[in-house]
Design a protein around this ligand. Structure first.
Ligand code: AMP
Ligand code: ZN
Length: 114
């Protein structure tokens, strides 16, 4: 979707520190990390938020989760632990209208809710 910053990162039209990409999802570093490790995992196709995710896309939803699990292991934080957050809508603190899962690990530097 033109004008969507995460679509632009997925399509290589905007810079992003990409750590993983496959047919369904892309993962990259958050540009304003709130902890030592702060990644965003997004579907490659534009889905505005969890509200727009259809149950027919359950394979994509599962893949988001298992990509987070795999990246946590790869980044060496699986044992110590990490946090997965999906802000949804205005009151949920969602500031970018392209569905994304935050993978946050290490001591929190603060938590903003949008
Ligand atoms: P949320 O508040 O849940 O919508 O999270 C959006 C996140 O996207 C924030 O943590 C921002 O720091 C991050 N963000 C916004 N623009 C970019 C960008 N161009 N590259 C990387 N992260 C971004
Ligand atoms: Zn998008």
């Amino acid at each position: 979707m033109s004008g969507c910053i995460f679509c632009q990162i997925v399509n290589g039209e905007a810079p992003g520190r990409i750590v993983h990409r496959d047919a369904l999802v892309t993962a990259f570093h958050d540009r304003r990390p709130i902890s030592a490790l702060h990644l965003l995992i997004v579907p490659n196709e534009h889905i505005a938020s969890l509200n727009e995710l259809d149950e027919s896309q359950s394979a994509l939803a599962a893949h988001l989760l298992f990509t987070a699990q795999r990246l946590a292991a790869q980044m060496g934080v699986a044992e110590k632990g990490y946090r997965l957050v999906m802000n949804t809508g205005r009151d949920g603190g969602q500031s970018v209208a392209h569905l994304h899962l935050h993978l946050i690990a290490g001591r929190l530097a603060g938590w903003h809710l949008g």
